[in-house]
Design a protein around this ligand. Sequence first.
Ligand code: PGA
Length: 260
Amino acid sequence: MSRPVVIAGNWKMHKSRGETVAYLTELAAASSALRDSGAQIIAAPPFTALDAAVDQSPAEVDIYAQNMHAAEHGAFTGEISPLMLRDLGVSGVIIGHSERRHVFGETDHELAEKMRSALDHGLRPIFCVGETLEQRTASQAEQVVRAQISAGLSNLPGPDSLSEVAIAYEPVWAIGSGQTATPAIAQKMHETIRQHLRDLAGPIADDLPILYGGSVKPDNTANLLEQPDIDGLLIGGASLEADSFLSIISAAAGLVASQG
Ligand code: PGA
């Protein structure tokens, strides 16, 4: 079993085209460190900067979108289709981020359609799951996360397509709050997710990267990645400055090196 380490920056609604180019120029200056890290590095800029990002990103950085509509085209004002993302050269897409679920009301059913569509169009999805504080307090966290995974993966093009999927566990209470899940809490949920994936899909579950997200910073990176079922990180706030993102990558690289 060897799972890739994935370090992904979710920029949310931040950065103009110019800021995107400046940021990626800083990453490009560190391209040998990126390459040597052994990690898959992803940046997910807003839609308006994707074109510039694909153009400017060093070869070591994959550019993902933060969302997409499931349909190829149609009367969906304000939406962006998988064909449009492919046309830009985008490699993958974040699906079901908790802000999409909770602020924009995306449902399990819609997210399953988006997962299907992303895979049908050759876009690698990072599928996000995670419980709210109320659900955790009511001891429903594992049940909620299992149900989100079952729903999101219920309509995939075929069993092999799972090999293109990464899961991100992002407890809603930890996102942007400064309150990271402890490595032990995160590991416990990642183990639950891994087992659930095994139940659903068999041994391929052991090859799937499961990322943690929620107030990841350079100084908690190593403790999180040391956990056996935490294979990567999905980072919001701390990915917005190139030097902080690079610090996270180098903390991860130290770990990949010490395990290798
Ligand atoms: P955060 O966001 O790192 O700012 O908590 C993570 C995310 O929402 O993906």
